[in-house]
Design a protein around this ligand. Structure first.
Ligand code: ADP
Ligand code: MG
Ligand code: MG
Length: 939
């Protein structure tokens, strides 16, 4: 034993983790069911989370590095699996192993379990691989009964403490093991009712104010309650108590709460939980004792301050349960100075050892500090960035590890405006929906784009409230601070546009109703009118009545608004530094999906290396331009179409010039018009038809007739994309003229231009071949007209891969393509046969039933749609080895999808401007993971 201890001590100085891991693998391979820990030794260690659970593994690890941990033992997760596989029976040797380990604990603590002179009490705690807060229960003070309580009182000379421990045990054992809890229809916990009675009688406010005699009465009442409701006597024998508690922990792995939780977080049932049995230490013996929880750094901001709270004369969950108000940890310096000092030392030691922020539980018994738990602390996006970068500076971790540690999605928190948290808590919640655009926004409600624009022009802060948005609403959306819809899902128009613009958006708030006629929004019993104040929390999807104050993030102020003060902020500096690091690791290029010069400029500031998708038709969502597109669609002859196309070309050329200038030499993939008919003409009402009639000189009746003639049952699968260009080559030719003439103009002024013309919705190689002919012929004409040589006006032609057939026949399609770009929004829609506009009504049901883990329009369905992508890449490159391949669906900004695209060998991902930092980070993580690094494994 002594040599073992020495070896461990020596090891801790250098790399204890590694040394400990190799030392204990041997015992793990033998058929061992129970692992001891405490007093500077342990059978297991921190690397054995799968076997010992997170709590057990880290208790062992803390023991090994000389942190004071009450002795105890862990019954492995394998026993849990065995228990369920064998009709709730245990391995034969388990009982003996438990006995042996109780003896070890007794020796380490100098007390005896069930003894009537110096009794040892135990805690029985669950602990799965990943923490499942509040899912499974803990039992404290086990081993106490009518005789032991007297012995404890005598030994400590503290009867009040002994009876307090007894009543706590009855309360926990009664509810967890004997299942005497509040019954249906009973509003108050029956134990609390008895405690309240005792407190009222004694005229005290806190549990800790009760005397030994009063607690004795509580104990008697608890016993009566348990007997009456369960029909059983409470087990007096400490060993029976232990068996009951261990059973209860293993059984709790399959209680409803735990099952639901596992489903939600994707934790397999097969993992099982471990059980930790540990010597009790007592925070409830009086003024020199206490209990607390702490983070080694502030988990909200990441600031390097010790952060936590504690209670004097309290046990276990009192701190979190809110029965008494805990004190901030700094006050401990005065209350319990010695323990406080020691705790600060342990804080440093834990961080050094685990090389991450720790979330700890501790108890002080009569001035002696004990650590009861440590684990990596959960943190906000802000904290994740701050902590990772600080730790690099402190040389605790390497840059690579910092990159791997920050959940890429969390970067969006740093870009979004924020609410004051106290103000948000105080506000009244009136509904909730999908958090579609992260951030916080407050403003006055307007129910139409027009009103929103007017109000914003007057300087009002606007929340645009619609059942759903359409291209018509775009100006209103731009004008608004936030967007709320009561219908639609994560890939609805509102969500898509909001993300692209970085707008705060809550969509599909089904528990709210809009009455356009009355001009009201109703939710949670509150009815609001136009002009009333509303607030949206786009991080979580909450909707509040009233105005909660918010402002742009410091990163945006520094990066986009170029504000000097913001540039000095720590958040801005750290964000910029992190972005620099990611670029030195990632292999994937990152481009942007942008439709206007302003968006392109923003995207470049965010790090975009070009445009991966500019949707020609989105340019027409602005102003009156949509009229020209409608005119083109509605035209029933070539002449009419030509007239409309001429107008369209003027807008297009102007816009492309702006975009090319903004790109300043970077490449631009331009997708030719792809107007699903319903998005452009499906939503027109009588007034709009009348208005259009005047503008394009077509009678309202003729317009209606033409709309009927063009009507499609499934416009998403209809006459759109290249199908339009094949029916009407002039539509394609006009766009190519606009693109190349704009390119020539900008080039003349000395800016390099690299247009990549992308043909949408190709299923057959022949479609691309036909469109390429039109493009090449048009280009030849443009060059001739402008007197330019082939080398003087360059472009490439490629296709959007968004129909399964194109992926399946990619080697054919590639013959006519100089690049592929996967349009994963449509590829998901067509690959799954799942409408991107209508599926929100059952997506939730599907997720609950575990048909889907994610919304496939947000995170790529890697097993299904991913296969199509892989096939497309393989086929395409079998024809052209160096074929440039990108992705331009919404998935380009989703971290798990970005990593998939990296593994699949794509050249770049493209996403909306505000997702670019996320994509850059995810791309760097993918590159590091490819080298075999994972979170916490870089050393
Ligand atoms: P959870 O996983 O829900 O945090 P724990 O098993 O950590 O549950 O235990 C809950 C509380 O019980 C903790 O706050 C801890 O302070 C207390 N506790 C657990 N074991 C002991 C012990 N051996 N001595 C004193 N208090 C304990
Ligand atoms: Mg805990
Ligand atoms: Mg598409």
């Amino acid at each position: 034993m002594a040599t073992k201890k020495k070896a461990v001590k020596k090891a801790t100085k250098k790399t204890a983790r590694k040394a400990a891991a190799s030392k204990t693998t041997k015992s793990a391979s033998s058929n061992k069911n129970v692992y001891f820990f405490g007093g500077g030794e342990a059978d297991g260690n921190g690397s054995q989370k799968n076997l010992l659970g997170g709590k057990g593994a880290n208790l062992a690890e803390m023991g090994l590095i000389g942190i004071p941990v009450p002795a105890g033992f862990t019954i492995t997760t394998e026993v849990c699996t065995y228990y369920y596989d064998n009709g709730k029976k245990y391995p034969k040797t388990l009982n003996q192993e438990i006995e042996d380990n109780i003896a070890k604990v007794e020796k380490a603590m100098g007390k005896k379990f069930g003894d009537l002179e110096n009794p040892l009490l135990l805690s029985v705690r669950s602990g799965a691989r990943e923490s499942m807060p509040g899912m499974m229960d803990t039992i404290l003070n086990l081993g106490i009964n009518d005789q032991v309580v007297e012995a404890l009182a005598k030994k400590t000379g503290n009867a009040k403490f002994a009876w307090d421990s007894y009543r706590r045990f009855l309360q926990m054992y009664g509810s967890v093991v004997m299942e005497v809890e509040a019954e249906a229809g009973e509003h108050h916990d029956p134990y609390e009712v008895i405690l309240d009675k005792a407190k009222a009688k004694a005229k005290v406010k806190d549990d800790s104010g009760l005397s030994a005699e009063e607690l004795q009465w509580v104990v008697a009442e608890f016993k009566k309650l348990i007997k009456k409701r369960s029909g059983k006597d409470f087990p007096e024998d400490p060993r029976d108590q232990l068996t009951g508690a261990v059973n209860a922990v293993f059984n709790s792995w399959n209680n409803d709460r735990a099952i639901v939780y596992r489903q939600k977080y994707g934790i397999p049932a097969a993992w099982g939980t471990a059980v930790n049995v540990q010597a009790m230490v007592f925070g409830n013996t009086g003024k020199t004792s206490g209990t607390g929880v702490a983070f080694t750094r502030d988990p909200a901001t990441g600031e390097n301050v010790f952060y936590g709270e504690y209670l004097i004369d309290a046990q276990g969950e009192d701190v979190v349960a809110g029965v008494r108000t805990p004190k901030p940890i700094a006050k401990m310096a005065k209350d319990l100075p010695k323990s406080h000092k020691e705790l600060l030392k342990i804080r440093t030691k834990l961080e050094k050892h685990f090389r991450d922020v720790q979330d700890v539980e501790f108890t002080i018994e009569e001035g002696k500090l004990w650590m009861l738990q440590t684990r990596n602390g959960k943190r906000t996006g802000f904290a994740a960035v701050n902590i990772a970068l600080d730790m690099v500076k402190e040389r605790l971790i390497k840059k690579e590890e910092a990159i791997l540690r920050i959940p890429a999605d969390d970067l969006s928190h740093l870009l979004a405006p924020i609410f004051d948290s106290a103000a948000e808590k105080a506000a009244k919640k009136v509904g909730n929906g999908l958090p579609a655009g992260p951030g916080a926004a407050s403003g006055k409600i307007y129910f139409s784009a027009e009103e929103s624009v007017k109000a914003a022009a007057k300087g009002e802060s606007v929340i645009l409230v619609r059942q759903a948005t359409s291209p018509e609403d775009l100006r209103g959306m731009i004008a608004a601070e936030g967007i709320l819809t009561t219908e639609g899902g994560a890939s609805s128009h509102a969500a898509l546009v909001a993300r692209q613009m970085g707008k705060v958006c809550v969509c599909g708030a089904h528990n709210m109703t809009i009455d356009y006629a009355k001009g009201t929004l109703t939710g949670n019993g509150v009815t609001l009118k136009q002009g009333d104040e509303l607030s949206l929390n786009g991080f979580v999807g909450n909707v509040y009545e009233g105005n909660i104050k918010a402002s742009p993030s410091q990163v945006i102020q520094g990066l986009i608004e170029n504000k000097a003060a913001a540039k000095k902020s720590a958040t801005y500096k750290k964000f910029m530094e992190l972005m620099k690091w990611t670029d030195s690791h990632r292999k994937l290029g990152v481009r942007t999906n942008s439709d206007t010069p302003e968006q392109v400029e923003q995207a470049i500031k965010f790090g975009a290396e070009g445009i991966g998708l500019t949707r020609a038709e989105h340019m027409f969502f602005e102003g009156n331009r949509i009229d020209s597109v409608r005119e083109m669609i509605l035209a029933d002859d070539d002449e009419g179409r030509a007239k409309a196309l001429k107008k369209i070309k003027v807008f297009m050329k102007k816009d492309f010039k702006g975009i090319f200038k903004a790109l300043d030499g970077r490449p631009a993939t331009i997708r030719l018009l792809d107007p699903p008919l319903h998005e452009f003409i499906g939503t027109m009402d009588a007034a709009q038809k009348k208005d259009l009639s005047k503008k394009i000189g077509m009678s309202a009746a003729a317009i209606t007739k033409r709309i009927h003639a063009l009507h499609e049952e499934n416009p998403m699968l209809g006459h759109r994309g290249c199908r339009l260009g094949i029916s009407y080559p002039a539509v394609t030719a006009t766009q190519v003229e606009a693109i190349l003439e704009a390119a020539a103009d900008v080039q003349k002024k000395g800016t390099k231009v690299l247009p990549e013309i992308m043909v949408p919705l190709v299923s057959y190689a022949r479609e691309l071949e036909l469109q390429k002919q039109v493009i090449d012929e048009t280009a030849a004409e443009v060059r001739k007209k402008l007197g330019l040589k082939k080398s003087e006006l360059k472009y490439t032609v490629g296709t959007m891969m968004e129909i399964p057939r194109a992926c399946l026949t990619a080697e054919e399609v590639a013959k006519h393509a100089e690049f592929f770009s996967f349009g994963t929004n449509d590829l998901t829609q067509t690959g799954l046969g799942l409408s991107r506009d209508d599926s929100s009504s059952f997506l939730q049901t599907y997720q609950d039933a575990e048909v889907l883990n994610n919304n496939p329009f947000a995170a790529l369905d890697q097993e299904g749609v991913g296969k199509l992508v892989e096939m497309g890449v393989k086929g395409g490159r079998s024809t052209k080895k160096k074929l440039k391949i990108g992705i331009c669906g919404e998935h380009g900004g989703d971290p798990s999808s970005v990593k998939f695209f990296h593994r699949t060998g794509l050249n770049y991902v493209s996403c909306s401007p505000f997702r670019i930092p996320v994509a850059r980070l995810a791309a760097a993580q993918a590159a590091l993971e490819e080298k075999g690094m994972a979170r916490g494994e870089v050393s």
